[in-house]
Design a protein around this ligand. Structure first.
Ligand code: PSU
Ligand code: MN
Length: 304
């Protein structure tokens, strides 16, 4: 048995050995979450936001079967332009290595690699969860299981409102995953600040999250933590407005027979079209907002 060799960029390597704050970033949002060139611009903007807040970004992806932890600009461009990257989760991550393929990592796969690299904080847009109609389709993202087992703190803007948020919260509770809302009582709903659902836990300051993580460690409770950070007010699309767009997209996806891994990318793409790009602007704003909070957390953790 040998560990898969990680190709860690020089910058991330230096940050690891000098105990600087590092923020892992996923790549499925680049290959399957946004169109080109907004995907590239967002990825670069997110990296910049991490730097501006004093941490080092580590975007994770598979290139030619190599696990990359930290991408340079050219590698990011290659990924952003690609149309054949595999969307990788826990189940298929190893196949991209075996085939020496190009692949992007979902929340689940990014957590696995971040943990292998020794990175404790990860920023994304929204996690996968329980899909609407899951009682028939059984479509529940592998992200939820991963949160229960892999010790990485994931900063997101809540579960995407294309999901069944109450069921997603129930499954997270069953799996023992703490869900914190940052600065408010409600769990945010990705494009919207409110979901109408009370968050199980709340934190108002980064230091409170650090205290919570340290208390968990002292109890030897392993697994991930989900911090949900509401989209900035000026960029949000209110839930009532979003609901009609989402319902239309889901209805169309069912009529078109979309299933499996294709569901999330298809819905996100269709919602960008239906909202004439407005959802994309919101998506960019929320992920940058999450990158900032993640960087603050990574820096605070490295200082304790
Ligand atoms: N949030 C976004 N865009 C995305 C995703 C989340 O705004 O592309 C991706 C994440 O990588 C997440 C994945 O892990 O969708 C979930 O896919 P699935 O539902 O197939 O597990
Ligand atoms: Mn699924």
């Amino acid at each position: 048995m040998s560990l898969p060799v990680l190709t860690i960029s020089p910058e991330v390597q230096t940050a690891l050995s000098s105990n600087q704050g590092i923020v892992a970033l996923e790549s499925t949002i680049i290959t399957h979450g946004m169109p080109y060139p907004q995907n590239r611009d967002t990825a670069m903007g997110v990296e910049q936001a991490v730097r501006d807040s004093g941490a080092i970004p580590a975007t994770i992806a598979i290139l030619d079967g190599q696990i990359m932890v930290g991408l340079d600009e050219e590698q990011l461009e290659t990924l952003a332009r690609s149309s054949n990257a595999m969307k990788l989760s826990r189940a298929d991550l190893a196949m991209a290595l075996a085939r020496k393929a190009m692949g992007s990592t979902t929340v689940a796969a990014t957590m696995i690699i971040a943990h292998l690299a020794g990175i404790k904080v990860f920023a994304t847009g929204g996690i996968g969860g329980v899909h609407q109609g899951a009682e028939l389709s059984f479509d529940v993202s592998a992200d939820l299981q991963e949160l229960s087992r892999t010790p990485v703190s994931v900063i997101c803007a809540g579960a995407k409102a294309i999901l069944d948020i109450p069921k997603t919260l129930e499954v997270l509770e069953t799996l023992g995953v703490p869900v914190l809302a940052y600065g408010q009582d409600e769990v945010p709903a990705f494009w919207s600040r409110s979901s109408g659902l009370a968050a199980p836990l709340r934190a108002d300051k980064v230091s409170e999250i650090v205290d919570f993580l340290q208390a968990r460690d002292s109890l030897q409770i392993s697994g991930g933590v989900l911090v949900t950070n509401p989209v900035p007010a000026e960029a949000e699309i209110p839930q009532a407005e979003m609901q009609t767009f989402i319902a239309q997209a889901i209805e169309e996806s069912q009529a078109a027979g979309i299933s499996g891994k294709a569901v999330t990318p298809w819905l996100l793409g269709r919602i960008v079209e239906i909202t004439e790009g407005r959802s994309l602007v919101t998506n960019q704003a929320l992920i940058i907002n999450n990158a900032r909070l993640a960087a603050e957390l990574a820096v605070a953790l490295s200082q304790r």
